[in-house]
Write a protein that binds this ligand. Structure first.
Ligand SMILES: [Zn+2]
Length: 245
Protein backbone atom coordinates (compact mmCIF):
# COMPACT_ATOMS: atom_id res chain seq x y z
CA UNK A 1 0.00 0.00 0.00
CA UNK A 2 3.00 2.28 0.08
CA UNK A 3 2.36 3.16 -3.54
CA UNK A 4 -0.83 4.94 -2.47
CA UNK A 5 0.96 7.16 0.02
CA UNK A 6 2.69 10.37 -0.84
CA UNK A 7 5.03 11.98 1.60
CA UNK A 8 8.22 13.92 1.16
CA UNK A 9 10.28 10.97 -0.05
CA UNK A 10 9.92 7.22 -0.46
CA UNK A 11 12.57 6.79 2.22
CA UNK A 12 10.49 8.65 4.78
CA UNK A 13 7.54 6.30 4.16
CA UNK A 14 9.53 3.18 4.94
CA UNK A 15 11.33 4.59 7.95
CA UNK A 16 8.02 5.82 9.34
CA UNK A 17 6.47 2.34 9.03
CA UNK A 18 9.33 0.70 10.88
CA UNK A 19 9.12 3.27 13.66
CA UNK A 20 5.38 2.67 14.09
CA UNK A 21 5.83 -1.08 14.40
CA UNK A 22 8.69 -0.93 16.87
CA UNK A 23 7.40 1.82 19.14
CA UNK A 24 6.14 0.77 22.53
CA UNK A 25 4.54 4.04 23.61
CA UNK A 26 1.03 4.58 22.38
CA UNK A 27 -2.58 4.26 23.36
CA UNK A 28 -5.65 2.42 22.18
CA UNK A 29 -8.54 4.51 20.90
CA UNK A 30 -11.62 4.57 23.16
CA UNK A 31 -14.22 3.83 20.49
CA UNK A 32 -17.29 4.82 22.48
CA UNK A 33 -15.81 8.18 23.41
CA UNK A 34 -14.55 8.76 19.87
CA UNK A 35 -17.90 8.07 18.23
CA UNK A 36 -19.66 10.38 20.71
CA UNK A 37 -17.49 13.21 19.32
CA UNK A 38 -18.39 12.55 15.67
CA UNK A 39 -21.60 13.80 14.06
CA UNK A 40 -24.10 10.98 14.36
CA UNK A 41 -25.89 8.94 11.76
CA UNK A 42 -29.61 9.36 12.57
CA UNK A 43 -30.52 6.43 14.82
CA UNK A 44 -33.40 5.72 17.19
CA UNK A 45 -32.78 5.06 20.86
CA UNK A 46 -34.52 1.68 20.61
CA UNK A 47 -32.47 -1.23 21.96
CA UNK A 48 -30.42 -2.84 19.22
CA UNK A 49 -31.16 -6.41 18.22
CA UNK A 50 -28.28 -8.83 18.43
CA UNK A 51 -26.88 -9.55 14.95
CA UNK A 52 -28.47 -13.00 14.55
CA UNK A 53 -31.95 -11.78 15.55
CA UNK A 54 -31.54 -8.79 13.24
CA UNK A 55 -30.74 -11.11 10.32
CA UNK A 56 -33.84 -13.24 10.99
CA UNK A 57 -36.09 -10.19 11.16
CA UNK A 58 -34.63 -8.55 8.06
CA UNK A 59 -34.93 -11.81 6.11
CA UNK A 60 -38.58 -12.19 7.13
CA UNK A 61 -39.40 -8.66 6.02
CA UNK A 62 -37.40 -8.88 2.83
CA UNK A 63 -39.26 -12.07 1.95
CA UNK A 64 -42.51 -10.07 2.26
CA UNK A 65 -41.19 -7.37 -0.06
CA UNK A 66 -40.27 -9.98 -2.68
CA UNK A 67 -43.69 -11.62 -2.34
CA UNK A 68 -45.43 -8.27 -2.78
CA UNK A 69 -43.42 -7.85 -5.98
CA UNK A 70 -44.90 -11.15 -7.14
CA UNK A 71 -41.68 -13.16 -7.05
CA UNK A 72 -41.87 -16.93 -6.56
CA UNK A 73 -39.88 -17.65 -3.42
CA UNK A 74 -40.09 -21.38 -4.06
CA UNK A 75 -37.84 -20.98 -7.11
CA UNK A 76 -34.32 -22.29 -6.50
CA UNK A 77 -32.76 -19.02 -7.60
CA UNK A 78 -34.82 -16.86 -5.22
CA UNK A 79 -35.49 -19.04 -2.22
CA UNK A 80 -32.43 -18.01 -0.23
CA UNK A 81 -32.30 -14.37 -1.31
CA UNK A 82 -33.98 -13.00 1.86
CA UNK A 83 -31.37 -14.63 4.10
CA UNK A 84 -28.58 -13.58 1.73
CA UNK A 85 -29.71 -9.94 1.83
CA UNK A 86 -30.08 -10.00 5.61
CA UNK A 87 -26.58 -11.37 6.10
CA UNK A 88 -25.19 -8.80 3.66
CA UNK A 89 -26.89 -5.92 5.52
CA UNK A 90 -25.79 -6.96 8.99
CA UNK A 91 -22.33 -8.44 8.38
CA UNK A 92 -21.16 -6.39 5.41
CA UNK A 93 -22.64 -3.23 3.99
CA UNK A 94 -24.15 -1.86 7.25
CA UNK A 95 -21.79 -3.25 9.85
CA UNK A 96 -20.53 0.29 10.49
CA UNK A 97 -23.75 0.96 12.41
CA UNK A 98 -22.33 -1.14 15.23
CA UNK A 99 -19.79 0.43 17.52
CA UNK A 100 -18.06 -2.92 17.99
CA UNK A 101 -17.22 -2.94 14.26
CA UNK A 102 -14.87 0.00 14.69
CA UNK A 103 -11.30 -1.08 13.96
CA UNK A 104 -8.92 -1.67 16.82
CA UNK A 105 -6.56 1.28 16.59
CA UNK A 106 -3.43 1.93 18.56
CA UNK A 107 -2.08 5.43 18.16
CA UNK A 108 1.67 5.64 18.53
CA UNK A 109 3.86 8.46 19.73
CA UNK A 110 5.61 10.25 16.87
CA UNK A 111 9.19 9.46 17.75
CA UNK A 112 10.61 9.97 14.28
CA UNK A 113 10.03 13.73 14.30
CA UNK A 114 7.99 13.51 11.13
CA UNK A 115 6.25 16.87 10.88
CA UNK A 116 5.16 17.15 7.26
CA UNK A 117 1.93 16.33 5.47
CA UNK A 118 1.06 12.68 5.00
CA UNK A 119 -1.43 12.03 2.20
CA UNK A 120 -3.08 8.70 1.46
CA UNK A 121 -5.03 8.68 -1.79
CA UNK A 122 -7.35 6.23 -3.56
CA UNK A 123 -8.80 4.62 -0.44
CA UNK A 124 -11.76 2.55 -1.56
CA UNK A 125 -15.04 4.04 -0.38
CA UNK A 126 -17.94 1.69 -1.06
CA UNK A 127 -21.08 2.83 0.71
CA UNK A 128 -24.86 2.81 0.37
CA UNK A 129 -27.11 5.78 -0.31
CA UNK A 130 -29.55 6.12 2.57
CA UNK A 131 -32.21 7.64 0.31
CA UNK A 132 -32.42 4.73 -2.13
CA UNK A 133 -30.34 1.92 -0.59
CA UNK A 134 -28.24 1.76 -3.75
CA UNK A 135 -24.42 1.73 -3.87
CA UNK A 136 -22.17 4.77 -3.66
CA UNK A 137 -18.83 3.75 -5.20
CA UNK A 138 -15.78 5.91 -4.89
CA UNK A 139 -12.40 6.81 -3.50
CA UNK A 140 -11.41 8.75 -0.40
CA UNK A 141 -8.26 10.81 -0.03
CA UNK A 142 -7.06 11.79 3.43
CA UNK A 143 -4.20 13.87 4.77
CA UNK A 144 -2.92 15.19 8.06
CA UNK A 145 0.01 17.09 9.41
CA UNK A 146 1.85 14.84 11.77
CA UNK A 147 2.07 16.26 15.30
CA UNK A 148 2.50 14.14 18.40
CA UNK A 149 0.89 10.95 17.14
CA UNK A 150 1.00 8.60 14.18
CA UNK A 151 -1.15 5.78 12.92
CA UNK A 152 -0.50 2.54 11.05
CA UNK A 153 -1.26 3.39 7.44
CA UNK A 154 -3.97 0.76 6.91
CA UNK A 155 -5.94 2.29 9.79
CA UNK A 156 -6.86 5.20 7.51
CA UNK A 157 -8.46 2.68 5.15
CA UNK A 158 -10.25 0.99 8.05
CA UNK A 159 -11.66 4.26 9.43
CA UNK A 160 -12.95 5.19 5.96
CA UNK A 161 -14.47 1.73 5.54
CA UNK A 162 -16.19 1.84 8.96
CA UNK A 163 -18.10 5.03 8.15
CA UNK A 164 -18.77 3.88 4.58
CA UNK A 165 -20.46 0.74 5.87
CA UNK A 166 -23.60 2.58 6.87
CA UNK A 167 -26.56 3.98 5.00
CA UNK A 168 -24.98 7.31 4.10
CA UNK A 169 -25.06 10.62 2.38
CA UNK A 170 -21.64 11.51 1.03
CA UNK A 171 -21.49 14.82 2.87
CA UNK A 172 -22.01 13.22 6.28
CA UNK A 173 -19.52 10.43 5.61
CA UNK A 174 -16.88 13.01 4.67
CA UNK A 175 -17.37 14.94 7.92
CA UNK A 176 -17.51 11.80 10.06
CA UNK A 177 -14.22 10.54 8.66
CA UNK A 178 -12.54 13.93 9.06
CA UNK A 179 -13.75 14.36 12.64
CA UNK A 180 -12.76 10.82 13.65
CA UNK A 181 -9.25 11.18 12.23
CA UNK A 182 -8.87 14.57 13.87
CA UNK A 183 -9.79 13.14 17.29
CA UNK A 184 -7.65 10.02 16.85
CA UNK A 185 -4.58 12.01 15.79
CA UNK A 186 -5.14 14.93 18.20
CA UNK A 187 -4.84 17.56 15.51
CA UNK A 188 -7.13 19.91 13.62
CA UNK A 189 -4.87 19.65 10.61
CA UNK A 190 -6.83 16.96 8.77
CA UNK A 191 -8.24 16.95 5.24
CA UNK A 192 -10.65 14.50 3.61
CA UNK A 193 -11.89 14.41 0.02
CA UNK A 194 -14.31 11.82 -1.35
CA UNK A 195 -15.05 11.30 -5.05
CA UNK A 196 -17.94 8.96 -5.72
CA UNK A 197 -20.52 7.74 -8.19
CA UNK A 198 -24.04 7.32 -6.91
CA UNK A 199 -25.94 4.42 -8.44
CA UNK A 200 -29.23 6.17 -7.61
CA UNK A 201 -28.19 8.93 -10.01
CA UNK A 202 -26.72 6.54 -12.54
CA UNK A 203 -29.33 3.78 -12.75
CA UNK A 204 -32.62 5.54 -12.01
CA UNK A 205 -34.15 9.00 -11.91
CA UNK A 206 -32.09 11.28 -14.11
CA UNK A 207 -30.03 8.30 -15.29
CA UNK A 208 -26.79 10.25 -15.58
CA UNK A 209 -24.08 7.64 -15.85
CA UNK A 210 -21.13 10.02 -16.14
CA UNK A 211 -21.21 12.33 -13.17
CA UNK A 212 -18.95 12.12 -10.14
CA UNK A 213 -19.62 13.85 -6.82
CA UNK A 214 -16.76 15.39 -4.85
CA UNK A 215 -17.09 16.35 -1.19
CA UNK A 216 -14.39 17.71 1.06
CA UNK A 217 -13.83 18.64 4.67
CA UNK A 218 -10.65 20.52 5.52
CA UNK A 219 -9.80 21.96 8.89
CA UNK A 220 -6.94 23.58 10.77
CA UNK A 221 -3.99 24.52 8.59
CA UNK A 222 -5.58 22.87 5.53
CA UNK A 223 -8.33 25.46 5.77
CA UNK A 224 -6.28 28.48 6.78
CA UNK A 225 -3.10 28.01 4.76
CA UNK A 226 -3.73 28.42 1.00
CA UNK A 227 -0.39 26.89 -0.03
CA UNK A 228 -0.96 23.78 2.10
CA UNK A 229 -4.46 23.49 0.73
CA UNK A 230 -3.05 23.72 -2.81
CA UNK A 231 -0.34 21.15 -2.04
CA UNK A 232 -2.99 18.76 -0.74
CA UNK A 233 -5.24 19.14 -3.77
CA UNK A 234 -2.25 18.74 -6.08
CA UNK A 235 -1.71 15.29 -4.49
CA UNK A 236 -5.32 14.19 -4.99
CA UNK A 237 -6.27 12.54 -8.29
CA UNK A 238 -8.96 14.29 -10.29
CA UNK A 239 -12.52 12.98 -9.83
CA UNK A 240 -12.98 12.61 -13.57
CA UNK A 241 -11.07 9.33 -13.65
CA UNK A 242 -13.94 7.67 -11.79
CA UNK A 243 -16.22 8.07 -14.77
CA UNK A 244 -17.14 4.79 -16.39
CA UNK A 245 -19.27 3.81 -19.34
ZN1 LIG B 1 -29.73 8.01 -3.56
Amino acid sequence: MHDTVRTGTALSIHSASRAIQSSASGYEVDVHQLLSQVIPTPMTSAPRMDPETAKMEIARRHREIMEILGLDLTDDSLSETPERVAKMYVDEIFHGLREESFPKITVVENKMSYDEMLVEVNITFNSTCEHHFLPILGKAHVAYICKGWVLGLSKFNRVVDFFARRPQVQERATVQIQQALSKILHTDDVAVVIDAMHCCVKTRGIGDDGCVTRTSKLSGAFQSNPSLRAEFYASVPGPDRLRVI
